[in-house]
Write a protein that binds this ligand. Structure first.
Ligand SMILES: Cc1cc2nc3c(=O)[nH]c(=O)nc-3n(C[C@H](O)[C@H](O)[C@H](O)COP(=O)(O)O)c2cc1C
Ligand SMILES: C=C(O[C@@H]1CC(C(=O)O)=C[C@@H](OP(=O)(O)O)[C@H]1O)C(=O)O
Length: 423
């Protein structure tokens, strides 16, 4: 089992991240983690902080000479902002003068859509600062650092993750575009919005520019794909062991994510059953699916085809043309406070989603296969796969049924069920 925790405020000294349960023998370097943290900062539409934030990390535990040793992995990520916030975010009491000017001013005009107002009600604060500091998506840097470790573990087992931006507002990538594959993803990270289609990418950039100029913010949709999964991770036997339920919870926990879809998701609800599922075909002694509409999960378990999850992000709540609010110090109508902010963080949310998917998969994989070292996990996977009877063996490859010479088979499918429903 894998467990993880993060701590740290957006303008505190640092973020802390802990990952317990990583098997020994996984190769990890600072540069692996740094590379994912750098990808998270990218994306057209992000605010000023992402230009100078260094995300400097320290590996505090669990790794020796470049390999995990089975003990908890501890990572610290410094906040470049900290020197400007030592008084406002001081763990020690400070004088009243700190709250009179500049950064220390009490934030009493909560932003609708952020955690400000309910955070004050719930935790008993008289201003939004202590709530927004932890609600802030700065915390996602810690998740991405942990996700980088989980991704390395999965990659050693041949399981690789890709993410891309499907939509910014109403600008959408073509649905029939070929899925991105793990061996060719550099172009996605170089693209300003991490979109696989150059024309759509340019339209997305224009959309973000228009949004910025009109003093607004914008959301969108990203997709995570995972290749190389064995079948049988997760289970149908109980709600909290279903892989789709775990993924949905983990992805929905990302700040500002408001929808999660597995495979074709909501689109499936508009199709008849005959076009909603992934029929099976026998090809060269293995079972192949003809589509991956289910997103690689059936009955809460991986099928062994590509896992696909889509996440929808709402527009950033810190709208430059500030929304109507109430000043909770006076009870008067007001406009929400505005501070430096992203206009669009959808491309970054895809990198965070990759991390959450990797953590959930690594956990469910360890639950299924167990193992204290990478070699032991691999042996367990190999022996599980080898023990699947030959008539149940499946392939990750999809097959186009029109390319197959299929024997005519008797259609017994409508038989009794049709007459049963006659009235
Ligand atoms: C990568 C990323 C960056 C974000 N940047 C901002 C931002 O600059 N300003 C802002 O108001 N919200 C930002 N958010 C969203 C808020 O953190 C989020 O709306 C807030 O915590 C309230 O949570 P909720 O939207 O899930 O209700 C960002 C989210 C992510 C994932
Ligand atoms: C710091 C990050 O994102 C922050 C997320 C965020 C929010 O409200 O969620 C608000 C902004 O904070 P600041 O006002 O300090 O710039 C973003 O920059 C980050 O992603 O590392």
């Amino acid at each position: 089992m894998l467990r993880w925790l993060t701590a740290g405020e957006s303008h505190g000294p640092e973020l802390l991240a802990l990952l317990e349960g990583v098997p020994a023998g996984v190769p990890i370097s600072i540069s692996d983690i740094q590379a994912d943290l750098a990808r998270r900062k990218l994306g057209y539409g992000r605010g000023g902080r992402m230009k100078f934030e260094q995300d400097e990390i320290t590996l505090s535990s669990g790794i020796r000479h470049g390999y995990t040793i089975g003990s908890p992995v501890g990572i610290r990520i410094q906040n470049t902002e900290w020197p400007k916030w030592t008084e406002v975010m001081s763990p020690e009491p400070v004088g009243e003068e700190v709250f009179e000017t500049g950064r220390g001013r009490r934030l009493t005009r909560p932003r609708p859509g952020h955690a400000d107002l309910v955070g004050m009600q719930k935790y008993g604060f008289d201003e939004a600062r202590p709530a927004l500091e932890r609600a802030s998506a700065r915390e996602t840097a810690a998740r991405v650092a942990l996700g980088a470790v989980a991704k390395k573990f999965l990659a050693e087992l041949g399981i690789r993750t890709v993410s891309h931006t499907l939509a910014i507002g109403d600008v959408r990538a073509p649905e029939d575009a070929a899925w991105p594959v793990p061996d060719d993803v550099d172009y996605l990270d170089k693209d300003p919005v991490r979109c696989l289609d150059a024309e759509t990418s340019a339209a997305m950039v224009t959309k973000i520019d228009e949004t910025r100029h009109s003093g607004d913010t914008i959301g969108g949709v990203t997709e995570v794909l995972v290749y190389g999964l064995p079948p049988g991770i997760g289970s149908y036997v109980h709600w909290d062991r279903r892989l789709d339920s775990r993924l949905a919870g983990a992805l929905m926990s990302i700040q500002a994510i408001k929808s999660v879809e597995i495979g074709d998701g909501l689109e499936t609800t508009r199709r008849p059953g005959s076009q909603a599922h992934d029929p099976l075909y026998a090809v060269d002694g293995k079972i192949h699916r003809s589509a991956d509409r289910a997103g690689g999960i059936e009955g809460g378990m991986t099928t062994g085809t590509v896992l696909r999850a889509r996440v929808g992000m709402k527009p950033i709540a810190t709208v430059p043309h500030a929304l109507h609010t109430v000043d909770v110090a006076t009870g008067e109508n007001a406009t929400a406070f505005h501070q430096r902010s992203d206009v669009c963080a959808v491309p970054a949310s895809g990198v965070v989603a990759e991390a959450m998917v990797a953590l959930v998969l690594a956990n469910s994989l360890l639950e299924k296969f167990g193992g204290d070292s990478l070699a032991e996990v691999q042996r367990n996977i190999d022996s599980f796969l080898a023990a699947i009877p030959s008539t149940l063996q499946t392939s990750e490859e999809l097959v186009d049924p029109s390319s197959l010479e299929l024997d005519t088979i008797e259609d017994t499918s409508m038989g009794d069920s049709r007459s049963e429903w006659k009235v």
